[in-house]
Design a binder for this molecule. Structure first.
Ligand code: ARG
Length: 255
């Protein structure tokens, strides 16, 4: 109880200090911070569809994190929806300030961008039709495998040495599977959960011996330590105070 009170008063004090900074300084136009994403990856980023079929808004765990980061650093978070493949290029062009896209921190990507501290742990899984004889990653040998181009799922299948077909979106892979045009889709775990929830008759197969843990991070242009430090500070805060866990529960349980 005491702890909660202390935490609360700290938050209130911080809020007051923040308000003072915002209010007392010369009235600056609120600067923006542009987050690049690829809103094809529920529950991290997707475009919410409204019942009557009209296009909704960007939503998801990452979109919420981006907004929180914006708020905490006093900038308006703007979302730029681009192809997953182009995110790192867009970062290095200065077209976006940060990429938040359920992006796995990999050694290869670290060559061209800098990553925040990890904020989510995932793994690749296989999605198959109920009754499929695929029970392990090795069983994919000789099967028609669908992956999304540029995702770590593609790299995993490449590393296994199997042939595959790459699509632009996860939903396209799922359509192939539903229509019997492929046997298995390899994709990140939480997104797979969402896809099987939407498509009865599909199931998830895990193989922890072949698919290693992956950690998601926010990417910034190499050397942009100022932004990276602010992002890390906010991430650490929302990890410590449970905000991130609440978001994960909200978006993952909602499915
Ligand atoms: N975690 C995987 C990767 O880093 C897939 C991420 C896809 N994200 C997206 N927003 N489309 O490659």
């Amino acid at each position: 109880m005491k702890k909660t009170l202390r935490a609360l008063s700290l938050i209130v004090a911080a809020a007051i200090i923040l308000c003072c900074f915002a209010g007392c300084g010369e009235k600056k136009e609120s600067e923006k911070i542009v987050f690049g994403t690829n809103a094809e990856f529920p529950p991290f980023e997707f475009i919410s569809s409204v019942n009557n079929g009209t296009i909704g808004e960007f939503d998801g765990i990452d979109i919420n994190i981006a907004k929180i980061i914006g708020e905490k650093i006093g900038k308006t978070a703007e979302i730029s929806n681009i192809e997953f493949d182009s995110l790192l290029i867009a970062l290095n062009n200065g077209q976006i300030d940060a990429a938040i896209a359920g992006m796995t921190i990999t050694e290869e990507r670290k060559q061209s961008v800098d990553f925040s501290i990890p904020y989510y742990t995932a793994t690749q899984v296989m999605i198959v039709k109920e009754g499929s004889d695929i029970q392990t990653a090795a069983d994919m040998q000789g099967k028609k495998i669908a992956v999304v181009q540029g995702y770590t799922g593609e790299t995993c299948v490449q590393n296994l040495g199997f042939e595959y077909e790459a699509f632009k979106k996860g939903t396209e892979c799922i359509l192939e599977l539903v229509n019997g045009k492929c046997d298995v889709v390899v994709i990140d775990s939480a997104t797979a959960e969402k896809f099987i929830g939407d498509n009865p008759g599909l199931v998830i197969i895990e193989d922890n011996t072949q698919f290693e843990k992956e950690e998601y991070g926010i990417a910034v242009a190499k050397g942009n330590t100022e932004l990276l430090d602010s992002i890390n500070t906010v991430l650490q805060q929302i990890i410590d105070d449970g905000t991130l866990a609440d978001l994960a529960v909200k978006y993952i349980d909602e499915m």
